[in-house]
Design a protein around this ligand. Structure first.
Ligand SMILES: [Ca+2]
Length: 170
């Protein structure tokens, strides 16, 4: 059974709660802007700044996070239930008409696509797009079938430097 356990202080201290289903509004659970450490068992979870799975967000795969980036910011939680097999994403540089299709984790510096991507389409798996190399900086999580025609409305234009698919557990 997949679940996420949240704590109101770092290092798994303070108040705690365990969720096995999506939480559209952490306010109702007494944890709005109050998550400071996390444990995830099973499937990955995405934590969002805003309620109803909106706004800036971060993915947490199975593991223990004694301290987290963006502590005290999350307002909703969603479990990743999508099929993680056969990941594939198409990245586009709209103004140049360039595209590349990727199937594994890639540092975009190596293929001359860093800081130029302006849209994407996910044709398989769940992908995490990062602002910086080495899985650093802001994240954009994208699910199978997602098509984001322009990053401008979400302030993500020309910043992606690294992408990776979430991988199924062996
Ligand atoms: Ca970047």
């Amino acid at each position: 059974m997949s679940k996420i356990i949240v704590f109101s202080k770092e290092a798994f201290e303070g108040r705690t709660a365990e969720f096995k289903n999506d939480v559209t509004n952490l306010e109702e659970k007494g944890f709005n802007n109050a998550i400071f450490s996390i444990k995830v068992i099973g499937a990955p979870w995405v934590a969002y700044y805003d309620e109803n799975f909106a706004g800036k967000h971060l993915v947490f795969e199975e593991g223990e996070y004694a301290t987290i980036e963006d502590k005290g910011q999350f307002s909703s939680l969603k479990m990743v239930t999508d099929d993680l097999d056969n990941p594939e994403i198409q990245l586009n540089v709209n103004y140049l008409g360039r595209s590349v299709t990727l199937r594994k984790e890639t540092n975009l510096h190596y293929i001359a696509f860093s800081d130029v991507v302006s849209s994407h389409k996910v044709t398989g798996g769940v992908w995490v797009l990062y602002e910086n190399t080495n899985r650093q900086g802001s994240q954009l999580i994208s699910l199978p079938g997602d098509e984001v025609p322009s990053y401008s409305p979400i302030s993500f234009n020309d910043v992606v430097s690294h992408v990776r698919p979430l991988l199924p557990k062996p």
